[in-house]
Design a protein around this ligand. Structure first.
Ligand code: RTP
Ligand code: MG
Length: 148
């Protein structure tokens, strides 16, 4: 089963949307493997968004992500990277479809509620960046046999 890294961003934590977002993931049939409320330091945020280091919005992005706690998660499921990118919606909330997390809760490109890994390679990199192996929970979810 594949895993991905999801992070509820500081805007959504401040807006009390953690429960809303986690609820959508649970109801979809995805399995929570790890989760923590956590304020990232600059080093971690820079490493996380390293692919954007040359972009004009990089510094703003890093300072936003470190501005308050985020809710970091590892989620497991079949095709989970693709499934969660679809649930999350397009990067720009003005374009994200209603019914997606960004489409339902966001307005501004810089305040787009949640991050989700964009490939299995990114997921593996980001999971090891944000979590220790010991924080990942291996367990059987009873619902799983009804999801698949
Ligand atoms: P994320 O990495 O946060 O899940 O978002 P994403 O894959 O949908 O989009 P990505 O291209 O990786 O961009 C990372 C974050 O940077 C901000 N951004 N600002 N033109 C801009 O000002 C701009 N473009 C992107 C967004 O907050 C985006 O989530
Ligand atoms: Mg991205």
């Amino acid at each position: 089963m594949e895993r991905t890294f999801l992070m509820i961003k500081p805007d959504a934590v401040q807006r009390n949307l953690i429960g809303e977002v986690v609820s959508r993931l649970e109801r979809k049939g995805l399995k929570l493997v790890a989760a923590k409320l956590f304020q990232a330091n600059e080093e971690l945020a820079k490493e996380h968004y390293a692919e954007h280091v040359e972009k004009p919005f990089y510094n703003k992005l890093v300072s936003f992500i470190t501005s308050g706690p985020v809710f970091a998660m590892v989620v497991e499921g079949k095709n989970v990277v693709e499934v969660t990118r679809t649930i999350v919606g397009e990067t720009n909330p003005t374009k994200a479809a209603p019914g997606t997390i960004r489409g339902d809760y966001g307005i501004d490109l810089g305040r787009n509620i949640i991050h989700g890994s964009d490939s299995n390679e990114s997921a593996a990199r980001e999971i090891s960046l944000w979590f220790d192996e010991s924080e990942l929970n291996d367990y059987i979810l009873n619902d799983e046999k009804w999801v698949y």
